[in-house]
Design a protein around this ligand. Sequence first.
Ligand SMILES: Nc1ncnc2c1ncn2[C@@H]1O[C@H](COP(=O)(O)OP(=O)(O)OP(=O)(O)O)[C@@H](O)[C@H]1O
Length: 280
Amino acid sequence: MIGVELCHAFVEFPVFDAKSRSLKKRVLRSAGGAIRDGAKVPVVTALQDLTVSIAEGDRVGLVGHNGAGKSTLLRLLAGIYEPTRGSAWRSGRVAPVFDLGLGLDPETSGLENILVRGMFLGMTRKQMRARAGEIAEFTELGDYLRMPLRTYSTGMRVRLALGVVTSIDPEILVLDEGIGAVDADFLERARSRLHELIARCGLLVFASHTEDFLLDLCDSALWLESGRIVQAGAVAEVVGAYRRRAVRTLESDPRFEHVRGEHAARRSITASSEPGTGRR
Ligand SMILES: Nc1ncnc2c1ncn2[C@@H]1O[C@H](COP(=O)(O)OP(=O)(O)OP(=O)(O)O)[C@@H](O)[C@H]1O
């Protein structure tokens, strides 16, 4: 059985180099997590008391502003972090995709990198050998695949990495938003591979700031704020509520005054350039 469960799980980071009072305050101001009061060493509580159960077939999106705890939760679910309090249970082979290019070696060829990156994501060398031809075709890198990776452009590396990532057979697929940062044209080509990957994985947890992606790839979602879940449910419902809250914050928070000014200026430019709506 494939699944992941958290029971009253916390993830806390002691910040050992933030000893001085002023530095403690700075940490307190900048972090999205909470700082434990009275501790000798400041402790950032990135996740607080989370109880979550994700079962086979689930496709879960994570939303929340910067520092809300999405990446920490992905790492906890993947087993990269253990809870500092509470417990975590998982069953299934995890493929954590936090950074598309992670583990690529600039000195070896594209073909060798295909094998190694795939093994890094839990595949065997034999499985990757069997898939190398199909991946090579998808990347359209031709003879370049025999050249060292350091001779590739950024876009060529992304093609290679995306080709490998979308070829694996994960039981638990943990995706960070990096995948959404890929060049739009190529991503459009990769979209069907991405759908196939998600269809054959046991369960998916995907953190993203891109609404479109979340709606496309996920069925349900969790909204995190300061390391806690504020809403869980169907993806459209949670993403919609999160967007409405973000718009309200933008409209009322004095810190976003400049953004409102820019929006107003843009609106008046659009209005005056539209036929019939400009000045008479
Ligand atoms: N290694 C660490 N040491 C100390 N604090 C950390 C560490 N990793 C994360 N944090 C803190 O934990 C909180 C949650 O961070 P996390 O990276 O999970 O947020 P996020 O929702 O993924 O943010 P973003 O959308 O910006 O990627 C933040 O306050 C962050 O400063």
